[in-house]
Every structure is written in structure tokens, then in C-alpha cells.
Design a protein around this ligand. Structure first.
Ligand code: BGC
Length: 518
């Protein structure tokens, strides 16, 4: 079957014993808190950059432009400002560079080290931002925030996928996305209250509060166990075995342990993982490391996340109503992620991807038609009837839900589970870098796009959603229920990818193949 790309989970493969122990669950929740800092930043930036006192102090020209623009009727172009979007998106460039450095630290010093470093640098950035009295401090702070996010996003998804028993890997990994959505929601709510502070220093609180999620994450990370995979990779075999016994909660973990050692031995032969990524046999993994984050950003979700208040204002809500609607979509984002956590290890990744994509596509078309009918190309809706505006919010929320149970969490889960140990750290950095480049790109060009594409903006993203659904349908094999160090076989059994992957290359099945031959 060509389109299936699906391999029944566990088919013909190994099934390591092991329970979901309280230890693993708590460790995954603590590590998953890394998503809080990323989410907090996504949620806080848009709100802060719309606070007049913040603009007046750091971006006076933007402030003046917005003041002068009050009477403008073209809603599409009202908020277009390059300086401001540059401020928002500069962080993503820092994160991109940092994730490449983090790749070495995660590999050589362990996943935990990158997590602790990530949280600490983020914390430093938050303090600099809260205390900023010039643009330099502000930008420097944002660079540290970005570096922190680069380290965290590089290490946490790997940590979760390695520590989780394979049958629960999907749900446990998605805790990361769940905390991202909590961070976004928490930030939106705080902005809402801090913006009202008399005296105009509320932005300091908004930016400074980022230390709270950062401290939760740093303190938690100190108590985390390192993953057995990472211990083995660094030659600490005995410790790794004890760790595996403790986290799996069973008296015998020999089979899994031996496979981890085999994977690590194979990976030790590889001197330069970056150069290695170019090899033909890694073509499938590298393709996904690039395309999954690219497509995730091209769903257009961050248009809503960064600019929800602006977007809702554009479609006719007042100031407070816009923020409230943004909070509602934030809540939908958060709750819908739970749907994915509850189902991903039963229905699999492919079905969630395809359903979420279809749902987003339908909403994007409806939203485009609704905006086109009322705003036309002039961008002047006159008075938007209440029912009309509410229906628009409802469709935006259904769209957000579609993303939240598909591309949101799966965009972090799937890359973290498909890379073999020898390229895992480097490939995950590619995943984070591509994610950051396109987050940057969307943040940078959205206001420009709204101004030039007008209501056609959502059609642009809808076209990508169609392409990504077709891509997933034909090219993504199902990864549900397959142990992480045994993932090589999904490519060998896939109608397209099998041409890239030689059978003898999988260290953990080598024995099986030889036995079968005998
Ligand atoms: C994405 C972010 C996005 C967030 C929304 C994450 O998976 O990487 O770019 O803002 O989901 O919930």
C-alpha cells in the first residue's frame, strides 16, 4: 500500500517489558516544564509590544506612527511596523544559533546539562529585560532568552522520548507541548492585567515574570535522572543499567539495555555527526527534521499566537474584547493538547496529523470567505455584526484546536523519536533551527503579508496545509508503539524510504537478521 506509509505498531518488532512508573511520570512532567519558558515568551511578546508605555520608551517612532494611525480605516495595514517585528523575532535567531551549540553539550555532557543551562540563560535574559532602560539591554535580554530556548528545545524533547517507555512515549513527550500552551495562556492572562497598571511599568512585570517558569524548570532539572541512553553514550554503563531498572520498575531490563548498548556502540564509530547527516541512509530522518518544523510553522498557527490581539482588533473587536478573545483561543489551545495526549499512543501519529490538517484547512477557507465578504480589499468592514464576529472567533478556535492536537505536539514528538542515537543530537538541532527560522520568518513578515495579501493571507497558509497532508499521507510511516532504538525498521518497510536504508544497518536487529538467515 503506497499511501499507507503505515506500519502496524509493534509488528514483527520487539516489545520491551516495563511499566509507566511514578518516577518516570514525575520526571517527564518536570522536564516537560521546559515548554513553559518557550510558551511564556511566545505569549508575552505580542502583548508587551502593544503596550503604549513600552513603545514610547523604546520605540518612539513606532509609538508616534500608531498614534497618528488612529484614524486609519484600512484595518489590514494598521499595525505594520518593521522595527517592532524585528524586536519580537530577534529571539528566534539567537535560539537557532544556540540549538547548534546545544547539540554538542547534549551529546557530550548529557540532556540534563543542556536543560539546566537553558533555564539559567533564559532566567538571565528575563532579569535583563525586566530591568531594561535602553534598547541595548532589551535586545541583549532577548538574545539570552533565545539562547535559553535553543538549549531547552534541543534537549527536552530528546530527554522525554528517551526516558519514556515506548508504549507511552507519545503522551509523555507531549507534556512538552502542553506546557508550551500553558506558558502561552499564562502570559496572555498576565499581559491582560499588567497592561492596566497605572504608571505604565506593567511591561516590566510581564517581561520579568518569565523568571517564574524558568526557576520552576531549573530547580526541577537539578533533581532529574539522566536518561540511560545518554549515560551509555558517555560510557557509564553500570549507572545506566541501574537507572534503566529504576525507571522501568521491573527486575530484568536486559533486552532493552543490550539494544541501547548496541545502538551506542554503533554511534561511537561515527566521528562527525554533522557530516554524517549527509549520508544517503539518513535521508528519511533528515527530510523529516527539516520538513516537520517547516510545515508546523507554515500552518500559520503563530499568526494567531503572536498577533491574536491585533488580529481580533483587526476583525472589529475593541481593546479588551480582543485580549479576551486571545485568552479564549489560548485556552482552546491548551485543552485541545490534552486530546492528543490521551489518544496519540492509541490512534497513532498519522491519523492525528491528517485529521488536524483537514480541520485547519476547512477553517482557513471559512475564515477567508468570512473576512473577504465583510472587509473586501479596502479593509474597511463598517460595523461588524456581533454574531458575525463571534462566528469568526469560533472558527479561529476550531482551527487552533486542529493545530493543538496535531502539528503542535507532533511537531516536537515525531522528530525526537525517529533519529538514531548517532545523529540524534545533531538532527534535533536541525529540527529546532528550522523551527526557529520559520517562526522568525512568520513573525517578521506577517504584518506585511496582512497588509498586502489582505484576506488572502489564510489561503496562503491553507495551500501549505494541503501540501503537508499529502506529504504525511504518503511519506510518514507510523511510529506508534515502536521502541526508539528500533526505529530503523520503519524506513526499511516503507514503500519509498526503503531505497535509502540498507538492511544490515540497524544495530539492534542485526542479531535477528543473522538468526533468520541461519
Ligand atoms: C510551536 C510554536 C507555537 C506553539 C503554539 C508549538 O509547537 O512550535 O511555534 O507557537 O506550538 O501552541
Amino acid at each position: 500500500m503506497v499511501g499507507g506509509g503505515g506500519i502496524g505498531s509493534g509488528e514483527g518488532g520487539k516489545e520491551y517489558p516495563g511499566k509507566l512508573t511514578a518516577k518516570v511520570f514525575v520526571a517527564c512532567v518536570v522536564a516537560g516544564c521546559g515548554g513553559l519558558i518557550f510558551g511564556y515568551d511566545i505569549g508575552i511578546s505580542g502583548g508587551v509590544t502593544s503596550m503604549p508605555s513600552f513603545l514610547k520608551q523604546f520605540f518612539p517612532s513606532v509609538y508616534k506612527k500608531e498614534e497618528l494611525d488612529v484614524g486609519s480605516t484600512n484595518q489590514y495595514c494598521k499595525f505594520n511596523s518593521e522595527t517592532l517585528t524585528m524586536f519580537t523575532s530577534s529571539l528566534y535567531l539567537a535560539a537557532l544559533a544556540a540549538s547548534l551549540v546545544a547539540s554538542h553539550i547534549t551529546k557530550l555532557c548529557g540532556r540534563r546539562m543542556s536543560m539546566i543551562l537553558g533555564g539559567s540563560l533564559f532566567c538571565l535574559g528575563a532579569v535583563l529585560n525586566a530591568a531594561a532602560n535602553n534598547v541595548l539591554m532589551l535586545i541583549l535580554g532577548r538574545i539570552f532568552l533565545g539562547i535559553g530556548i535553543g538549549f531547552t528545545n534541543q534537549s527536552v524533547p530528546i530527554y522525554l522520548s528517551e526516558l519514556a517507555p515506548y508504549k507511552y512515549r507519545g503522551s509523555l513527550n507531549m507534556i512538552f507541548q502542553f506546557t508550551i500552551t500553558i506558558g502561552i495562556l499564562f502570559a496572555n492572562l498576565l499581559n491582560y492585567f499588567f497592561a492596566k497598571i497605572e504608571g505604565g511599568w506593567g511591561w516590566r512585570l510581564s517581561l520579568g515574570f518569565a523568571v517564574v517558569p524558568a526557576l520552576i524548570f531549573i530547580i526541577g532539572s537539578f533533581f532529574l535522572p539522566e536518561t540511560p541512553n545518554s549515560l551509555i553514550q558517555r560510557g557509564r554503563l553500570e549507572e545506566a543499567k541501574e537507572r534503566l531498572l529504576a525507571v522501568r520498575g521491573i527486575p530484568n531490563v536486559d533486552e532493552e539495555f543490550n539494544d541501547l548498548v548496541a545502538a551506542s556502540d554503533a554511534s561511537a564509530k561515527i566521528k562527525d555527526p554533522w557530516w554524517n547527516l549527509m549520508k544517503r541512509k539518513y535521508r528519511p530522518q533528515v527530510t523529516f527534521a527539516i520538513l516537520i518544523p517547516f510545515f508546523q510553522q507554515l500552518t500559520g498557527m503563530n499568526v494567531i499566537m503572536f498577533y491574536a490581539p491585533v488580529l481580533f482588533k483587526t476583525i472589529g473587536f475593541g481593546n479588551n474584547a480582543s485580549l479576551m478573545s486571545a485568552v479564549i483561543s489560548g485556552l482552546v489551545n491548551c485543552l485541545s493538547t490534552l486530546v492528543s495526549i490521551a489518544t496519540v499512543d492509541r490512534v497513532g501519529r498519522r491519523k492525528l496529523f491528517l485529521e488536524g490538517g483537514a480541520q485547519m484547512f476547512i477553517c482557513q477557507i471559512v475564515i477567508t470567505i468570512a473576512i473577504a465578504l465583510k472587509f473586501g480589499t479596502s479593509g474597511n468592514p463598517g460595523v461588524l455584526p456581533k454574531g458575525y464576529a463571534i462566528s469568526l472567533v469560533v472558527f479561529i478556535c476550531i482551527y487552533v484546536a486542529g493545530f493543538a492536537w496535531s502539528w503542535g505536539p507532533l511537531g516536537w514528538l515525531v522528530p525526537s523519536e525517529i533519529f538514531p542515537l548517532e545523529i540524534r543530537s545533531a538532527a534535533q538541532s536541525i529540527n529546532v533551527s528550522v523551527n526557529m527560522i520559520f517562526t522568525f520568518f512568520i513573525a517578521q513578515i506577517f504584518l506585511q503579508m496582512l497588509c498586502s495579501f489582505k484576506y488572502g493571507l489564510f489561503i496562503f497558509f491553507a495551500c501549505f496545509v494541503v501540501v503537508m497532508n499529502v506529504f504525511i499521507y504518503f511519506f510518514l510511516p507510523e511510529t506508534k508503539g515502536i521502541p526508539i532504538e528500533e526505529m530503523a525498521r520503519i524506513w526499511r518497510q516503507h514503500w519509498y524510504w526503503k531505497r535509502f536504508v540498507p538492511a544490515e544497518d540497524d544495530p539492534t536487529t542485526k542479531g535477528n537478521i543473522e538468526m533468520r538467515k541461519a
